[in-house]
Design a protein around this ligand. Sequence first.
Ligand SMILES: *[C@@H]1O[C@H](CO)[C@@H](O)[C@H](O)[C@H]1NC(C)=O
Ligand SMILES: *[C@@H]1O[C@H](CO)[C@@H](O)[C@H](O)[C@H]1NC(C)=O
Ligand SMILES: *[C@@H]1O[C@H](CO)[C@@H](O)[C@H](O)[C@H]1NC(C)=O
Ligand SMILES: *[C@@H]1O[C@H](CO)[C@@H](O)[C@H](O)[C@H]1NC(C)=O
Length: 229
Amino acid sequence: MIQQRSGLQFLLLIGLLAGSGVFLAHAQVPFPGQCSEVKVVEDFDVEAYLGIWYEYSKYPFAFEIGKKCIYANYSIIDNETLSVVNGGINRLTGNPSDISGTAKVIGPARLAVAFFPGQQTTRANYLVLGTDYESYSVVYSCTNVTSLLNIKIVWILTREREPTAATIAAAKQVLADNKISQSFLIDTLQSKCPKLDSNGTDLGAEDLTGGDPIDAFVGTVLPNAIEKA
Ligand SMILES: *[C@@H]1O[C@H](CO)[C@@H](O)[C@H](O)[C@H]1NC(C)=O
Ligand SMILES: *[C@@H]1O[C@H](CO)[C@@H](O)[C@H](O)[C@H]1NC(C)=O
Ligand SMILES: *[C@@H]1O[C@H](CO)[C@@H](O)[C@H](O)[C@H]1NC(C)=O
Ligand SMILES: *[C@@H]1O[C@H](CO)[C@@H](O)[C@H](O)[C@H]1NC(C)=O
């Protein structure tokens, strides 16, 4: 219920932000005032951070709306650049897609991720607030829009598609320690997802329908209704 309501608010927001000239792909949850300082992981170990992370939950983010099974794959390009591949499955069509970008390491636990040519790569827009490298990572991004408004994204990433409750509790503790709201977090569907092979290709697209109301409707309810009509 809460998720639906915040989803609706988010749609209204997209309209407002689009109207005010903020790009749709950047539409995020707005907060009053400017971004405040947050504490990032001090002794961040880039190498330990590499590899696959599954998106467990996040603040609404237009770019990823309508996707499930979302994951990221980080790998080394050179001593200060990572390759970033974000993949997911379209909830309506079941089609996989991914997008490639880079992340400049501009300080410990501070990355500048860019997916489009010409996108700014000097401002840290990916801060790692907490990670144990092996089960969870809490990622934070904040942008000053005006002197009165900032927009934030928070992601909880996990090494397992379906992490344990203890893992999620550890991640949420990082948010609590940083006084970051958990009420905008929306869980990402990670059930009935295709397995990733070593190069990230979606394998054995099992039964990709089901596990989520939209897919169940398109995949089961609708055909059944048509059959009975
Ligand atoms: C946002 O503005 C505040 C206050 O001017 C500044 O301290 C902070 O560094 C800015 N943050 C970002 C992410 O631009
Ligand atoms: C990365 O490599 C370049 C060229 O090899 C070097 O100039 C730079 O200092 C290195 N940066 C770090 C952070 O090691
Ligand atoms: C990934 O591996 C699969 C087989 O495991 C292969 O068919 C596919 O071409 C590979 N894709 C890339 C981009 O290398
Ligand atoms: C992640 O990216 C690395 C480097 O491109 C690649 O070797 C690896 O196979 C990828 N893994 C998955 C599961 O996509």
